[in-house]
Design a protein around this ligand. Structure first.
Ligand SMILES: [Zn+2]
Length: 341
């Protein structure tokens, strides 16, 4: 009789090694493996982030996000129709305005690109879930997510009213959910109150709840022309080493009325996704951000990674960590692959 390290008892019966546990039994055939699969990706859990510019007939390719473009509302609709055909049922819109000012007032313009994009999508695809990013950084000359005080600090409370106005303009355009990404304290409560008072109690809020001051946002800033012109965002976004703090943010967003809690980025923060999933009863979303997407695309372009397998493994890992919803630029291609195309 001998012992096998780290395994159950091993006995020698008539010269045959006997193992009580043989996990490989359930890996023997494809059908068996499918039968015991713990995490299944589904295109219906994807949210496809899209960029909207003013005008018509515009499709501007984004160099740092291969395969992604900025669309004018008319072509945005066509791209959303293609996504719908692929099996994607939700989009997240980022408006890129013509004019910027220090307070980002264009963010609440009912005729802004985001608002027009929402209207166009809802008209063409009424069942598509349309979510809008709510922030000021794409609309401010300085590229920060809030208004700037005299000393150069990002002011919290004066920003809330501007965010709430922007969110209201999205709700009026027909957005199903608004998604504040600014990381100001109290923004979810401010937006909830403003929406309810205006009669939009059915418009939901997806909070960018645990949004880290990450280096993985680089390609997005090119796409949305939203890079900060001075300093960085560390006085409002979360510090990458902090894990417990995400639970504090999640509890606050839930208390303030967030319907969906988001962790951003996804891959470098799988532990945070898992924590938030375990601690809260709200749906958890995770944002597979531009830098995560660009890394895969760059390696694939060099022939270093096999695209389909890597993308599906990445998305599966985010789902396995606990994300119910996944925001990803891979949404369309992943949806097609999941259908076996
Ligand atoms: Zn922002």
């Amino acid at each position: 009789m001998s012992k096998l390290l780290g395994r159950t008892e091993e006995t020698d019966i008539g010269g045959v090694t006997w193992l009580r546990e043989r996990p490989r039994r359930l890996r023997r055939t494809a059908a068996l493996r499918e039968l015991v699969t713990e995490t299944r990706l589904d295109a219906r859990q994807f949210i496809y982030p899209m960029f909207v510019v003013p005008g018509a007939g515009q499709c501007q390719e984004i160099e740092a996000l291969p395969g992604q473009s900025r669309w004018s509302p008319d072509l945005l609709v066509q791209e959303a129709e293609r996504a719908w055909h692929d099996g994607v049922r939700a989009v997240l819109l980022f408006g890129i305005p013509e004019h910027k000012d220090p307070e980002g007032r264009e963010a609440a313009n009912p005729k802004g690109p985001a608002q027009q994009g929402v209207r166009a999508l809802k008209q063409a695809l009424p069942e598509l879930v349309v979510i809008t990013d709510v922030c000021l950084c794409g609309y401010t000359t300085h590229g920060h997510c809030g208004v700037i005080g005299e000393g150069g600090e990002i002011l919290n409370d004066p920003t809330l009213e501007l965010l709430a106005k922007a969110a209201l303009s999205h709700a009026e355009a027909g957005a199903d959910l608004v998604a504040p990404s600014d990381m100001m304290d109290g923004r979810v409560a401010a937006i909830r109150q403003t929406l309810d008072r205006a009669g939009f109690s059915n418009t939901g809020i997806m909070g960018y709840t645990a949004k880290y001051a990450s280096a993985f946002y680089g390609p997005f800033r090119e796409a949305a022309e939203s890079a900060p012109q001075f300093g960085d965002r560390r006085s409002y976004q979360m510090a990458p080493p902090n894990r417990r703090e995400a639970l504090r943010e999640a509890r606050l967003d839930a208390e303030e009325g967030a319907d969906i809690i988001m962790v951003k980025p996804a891959l470098p923060y799988l532990d945070v996704i898992s924590d938030v999933r375990a601690a809260l009863d709200r749906p958890v979303a995770a944002y597979n951000v531009s830098g995560e997407y660009a890394m895969v695309k760059a390696a694939v372009a060099r022939g270093w990674l096999e695209e389909r397998a890597v993308v599906l493994e990445v998305l599966t890992s985010i789902s396995r960590a606990g994300a119910d919803l996944i925001l990803t630029y891979h949404a369309r291609e992943a949806a097609r692959w999941l259908r076996g195309e």
